[in-house]
Ligand binder design. Structure first.
Ligand SMILES: [Zn+2]
Length: 158
């Protein structure tokens, strides 16, 4: 298993994958630096020097800061709230099943980060994280409009 077990007090154990660390750095932690990876217009099958160079950066940055990243990720997972509404979004779930297989899923949100959690063989594997507010994987899914314990003012700002 390419992951590290992170224990949190009286909390389930999460398995953090390297893919999760890379997506977290790319999409949240150092978002500006990796902007090009999200906006590159060079088609698949063609080589883009900038993309190649950034992929090296990302790999190196994750290796170098792995312990720090794991602490940050564990802290955010610990504070995250489960969002069950994603389970009712069939388009979103179909994409999850296609990518990760027909496993039970759980979705945890902390601020702007949506953590995808895969429940497999009694373990909680976290394969990736996605911006909770933006559309994701193909532009269909947005963050659920209403959350518990949110004032009407906060809702309209979303
Ligand atoms: Zn590129």
């Amino acid at each position: 298993m390419n992951g590290q077990v992170v224990e949190a007090r009286k909390q389930p154990t999460w398995i953090l994958t390297n893919h999760l660390r890379e997506r977290y750095v790319e999409r949240f932690h150092n978002k500006k630096h990796y902007e090009h990876l999200r906006t590159c217009s060079v088609g698949t099958g063609q080589k883009c020097e900038t993309c190649v160079s950034l992929a090296f950066d990302l790999h190196a940055e994750v290796q170098k800061n792995r312990n720090y990243l794991d602490k940050v990720l564990a802290a955010r997972l610990f504070k995250a709230k489960e969002e069950r509404s994603y389970l009712n979004n069939s388009e979103f779930m179909q994409r999850m099943y296609t990518r990760y297989g027909y496993e039970p899923f759980k979705f945890l949100v902390h601020d702007e980060v949506l953590f995808v959690v895969l429940l497999k063989e009694g373990k909680q594997i976290v394969p990736t994280c996605i911006p909770a507010r933006e559309s994701v994987v193909g532009g269909i899914v947005t963050r659920p409009k209403f959350r518990k314990r949110v004032s009407p003012d906060e809702v309209t700002r979303n």
